[in-house]
Design a protein around this ligand. Structure first.
Ligand SMILES: Nc1ncnc2c1ncn2[C@@H]1O[C@H](COP(=O)(O)OP(=O)(O)OP(=O)(O)O)[C@@H](O)[C@H]1O
Ligand SMILES: [Mg+2]
Length: 147
């Protein structure tokens, strides 16, 4: 917990449950309106992390999948969760058209998978959560920094 509050942090997750638990810890220090940009390759664990965020908000984690169509999912929990995925977008303009900023401007939490693809579209301040593969199939390095 303190490791995450003292950002930047780099934590080794040893499995999907641990990644979800890390996400839940992070949510405990977030405030309404906060934005999370998630990066990492295919299968890095961004959606697993999103499920942990959802669980922390009392949203059933099973409901959460990578938003493909529509590109934006909205879940209602103790806070509203805006869940975007920039993977399929072809241009920065398409990303702008999703209206991330307007949505991030309220009482909701916003989470953007592949949000690093069009960083100019996401207005700081936000938290950048990067997931990278570790040495074993179940290991992921989870880094969190403020932008
Ligand atoms: N430590 C870990 N943390 C998260 N996921 C893990 C971990 N170890 C193994 N996995 C597995 O890796 C996969 C991660 O899939 P996930 O859909 O979250 O990736 P993603 O980053 O969202 O990919 P995409 O860019 O395709 O949406 C899952 O099958 C999960 O079970
Ligand atoms: Mg995903």
């Amino acid at each position: 917990m303190t490791a995450l509050i003292d950002l930047p942090a780099r934590v080794l997750s040893r499995g999907p449950d641990a990644t979800m638990a890390l996400a839940e810890e992070l949510v405990s220090v977030l405030r309404p309106g906060d934005v999370l940009v998630l990066s990492g390759g295919i299968g890095a664990g961004k959606t697993v992390f999103a499920k942990g965020v959802a669980r922390a908000l009392g949203i059933g984690a099973d409901a959460v999948t990578s938003p493909t169509f529509p590109l934006h999912n909205i879940y209602e929990g103790t806070l509203t969760l805006n869940h975007f995925d920039f993977y399929r977008l072809r241009s920065e303009q398409e990303a702008r058209d999703l209206g991330v900023d307007e949505l991030a401007d309220g009482q909701a939490l916003t989470l953007i998978e592949w949000g690093d693809r069009f960083p100019a579209v996401v207005r700081p301040p936000y938290l950048h959560v990067d997931l990278e593969l570790g040495e074993t199939d179940d290991e992921r390095w989870v880094s969190v920094r403020r932008v």
